[in-house]
Design a protein around this ligand. Sequence first.
Ligand code: SF4
Length: 722
Amino acid sequence: MLEGETIISFPYQPAKVNHGYTDKVLYLNLSDKVVKVKDVPPKVKEVLTGGRGYGLWYLWQAVKPETRWNDPENELIFCTGPLSGITQYSGCGKSHVVSISPETGSANDNNAGGYFAPYLKFSGWDILEIQGKSEEDVIIFIDGNKGEVKIETFPYQDINSYLLVEKLTEHFAEDEQDKANISIVSAGQGAQNSLLGILNFSWYDRKRGKVRYKQAARGGTGTILRDKKIGAIVVKYKGISSASNNPAYPQLLKKAGERITKEILALDHIQNGMREIGTINLLDHMNTHHCLPVHNYQYGTHPEEVRIGNQVWKERFAQKQPGDSCWIGCNLRCSHAVDGFKLKTGPLKGKEVIVDGPEYETAAGFGGNCGCFDPDIILEANFYCDHYGIDTIGVSTTIAFLMECYERGILNQERTGGLDLRFGNGEALLALIHQIAQGEGFGKIAGQGVRRCKRYFADHFNANPTFLEDIGMECKGMEFSEYVTKESLAQQGGYGIANKGPQHDESWLIFMDQVNKQIPSFEDKAEALYYFPLFRTWFSLVGLCKLPWNDIEPAENKQKYSGITAAKVPEHVENYCWLFEGVTGQKITSEDIISQSEAVHNLQRLFNLKTRFGTRKHDAIPYRAMGPVTEQEYRSRAELYDKQLQEEIKYSITGKGIEEKIKALRKFREKQYELLCDAVYQRRGWDENGVPTLETIKRLKIDFPEVLAVWQNYHNNNHNNK
Ligand code: SF4
């Protein structure tokens, strides 16, 4: 086994976890080779709660408005929350990561399952804050039982995750049993050579006796890991128990845990089947409701979806009901995998591997959006994206865009270096993934993501920039995740107004809006876009997985409550109040959950302002997210569009050609989007430009001097520009 050489050894006395917190930050500077301990200031704890709140706070202190993602002062911050590591309730192992994103240039947050965050906290650290850049590849090793942080040289040739995490687990474990006490963060050469890098967070699958991983995937966080020349971060901690958080009232955790477990075991198989097929259960629904992205979001459904639909994965997933859990005590067990998949391409060609997933997003992206309705292509793309450390959403949305450019003649084989990028060409898709990872050929351009490809094609291939803006599915520089939003104004706002970019983890209102028609007015939509993004934010403050909130619901939920209230799943909200009180000792209400989140959500919006984003113009989305750009798209749902023109817009379609109808519809839908922004900004306590007002900042107690300075600076500049 290869040994790294120790560069730094930092012995420490692990802080005891007190009611969910250690109040300690582990700070590493890889440029200066400095390791320090910081205390979390009491006001930061009181106002920002933990997790993403802490991450944003420390990142704010570290960076200047002009800091770019690859400047040494940019940080990678790994956050735990006060509820991280609970073993009595489902979904308590999430890690949250904060940094300046290579894709968006602003504050980005990400989350992943796996054991990393609990092990980090029980090793004595609420936060791991990494700044600076190493000159050579290193491994950061935290031994939470011994109380030692080490930075070592990286002794391996291959930085890609699949084999690396196995080797590192072997290396740092004393024996087979000890492997479960290790969690590793890694990326790969794709993260190094593109802007689409992810972080893989490992966990030990006892049933298989294998290491597996979950991804923090959006915005290029893995690219920063590699830019800092970190080969891997390893945390080792032995001794997890239900008392590890030193909870104030353990009986509350037991009460909430027993209630959710009973519900999951009784109802999951008749609700979403998370234990059976996980998030991929959405595929068939999305196809039925015209929300599955097909051919770069042109269409929302496809007859070949059946080839990659739910039934296919039921047969492919190795572990039948129940699946696996990515943290101890999760009974939703949605972490499915395909075992013994024989790779047909790339550096591991011929090897039989475990493919983690696919999740809905991956199958929808490569299957529908790129038109590869072939489970083997999806699995191979899924495996290599994870292995190379690149984002399946970012990569599939980018390739779908490139495929449309190819079909429309903006690209050709000369420009792609010989790749025939027609929709559905799985061979070309896989070849491009390998090129992105290696930073070679056309992969060098593709790996920059949709926003930069658009600019490149306009500058170098004389493509029409307006058309590229219309069809290139990104906002703030981040690629859209895999939902067609044309018929859901609320989800358009959910994507466009999201702090970090168009990622569904901030809000997912498509069903409530488009299918169930529960939020018809602007006020209803604005209220939903107030409550739900804030509620979802809370998971990232306290260290939880969102899935057990509403991917399962009590049997009587819809009888007891109606409409939006039912969608909040009040009994689960009550569980979360019990969990928070049970661990921290602080009694909270459902309203407190929202105000805790609102402080952090607004801080992130103001962070965007600090980095010169965070205003209305940055919430603009491509027209394809709102309506049909091309005649083919219009024709595919002509009846629906004609009806809206006549009934809602009172536009006479008699004698009108498709081009005129597209124009009229566009004018209306673009106006609707602006009106939605007005309503949402008002509901959130922001000004008409989307900036939190002074009153909001004070109400949320985020009036830290450095925050007020950013707000004041914006107002001074705005005033001067008038
Ligand atoms: S619901 Fe799924 S992703 Fe969430 S903690 Fe459980 S197994 Fe992991």
